[in-house]
Design a protein around this ligand. Structure first.
Ligand SMILES: Cc1cc2nc3c(=O)[nH]c(=O)nc-3n(C[C@H](O)[C@H](O)[C@H](O)COP(=O)(O)O)c2cc1C
Length: 188
């Protein structure tokens, strides 16, 4: 990257499962980062179900999630596909983050990745996630798409992404996301 500062990416996995492939995909991303980019993974498990009656103040876990989005340069969402859509935990988290004041996803550069045990690589979930994120004002990276199918074949038993093609797609997306941040938030 050309920027002097480090670009901070917040990784958000839509799966709460302990051995989640989507969380493992974010860990793989952390291994493949280009120079000048950092990635921290946020755990959505503590977030309660969205309730408009609990916004003043936001629950602590929600306030922390919103703060970490606000302090990051970009958010990388890894989505599972549940019944042709995003997981309820991911939609719930985005609902919390969409609320005023200072809507933290508004104008935030974001990118999507996803992995499924099925054959279609979360294409349906990612289309919906793109629509949801666009609605909340995030600026979604168009390409490259990282749609990882047949998870058992691309991760080893320790949850390491071992498929070279998938690692290459992920690396390309991280480079593109860094450039996306540079384009949208040029250094002063
Ligand atoms: C409730 C439920 C619904 C699912 N629906 C789909 C689906 O529509 N399409 C798909 O490709 N996989 C589907 N799956 C399989 C998930 O892709 C698979 O469980 C995957 O490992 C979930 O991601 P994770 O490993 O990050 O938890 C579904 C799984 C569950 C538990």
């Amino acid at each position: 990257m050309h920027m002097d500062r480090t670009i901070k990416i917040l990784g958000v996995s839509g799966s709460l499962r302990q051995k989640s492939y989507n969380t493992a995909l974010l860990r793989a991303a952390a291994e493949l980062l280009p120079a000048g980019i950092s990635l921290e993974i946020f755990d959505l498990a503590p977030l309660p179900m969205y309730n408009p009656d609990q916004e003043k103040p936001f629950p602590d876990s929600v306030a922390e999630f919103r703060r970490q989005i606000a302090e990051s340069d970009a958010v990388l969402f890894a989505t599972p596909e549940y019944n042709s859509s995003v997981s309820s935990s991911l939609k719930n988290a985005i609902d919390w983050a969409s609320r005023p004041p200072n809507k933290p996803l508004d104008r935030k550069p974001v990118a999507l990745i996803g992995v499924t045990t099925g054959n279609f690589g979360t294409v349906r979930a990612q289309l919906q996630l793109r629509q949801i994120l666009t609605h909340v004002g995030a600026i979604v990276l168009a390409k490259p798409e990282v749609l990882v199918a047949r998870a058992e074949q691309v991760f080893d038993v320790e949850g390491r992404l071992v498929d070279e093609a998938a690692r290459g797609f992920l690396r390309d997306l991280l480079i593109a996301l860094g450039k996306w941040v540079e384009t949208l938030s040029p250094e002063e």
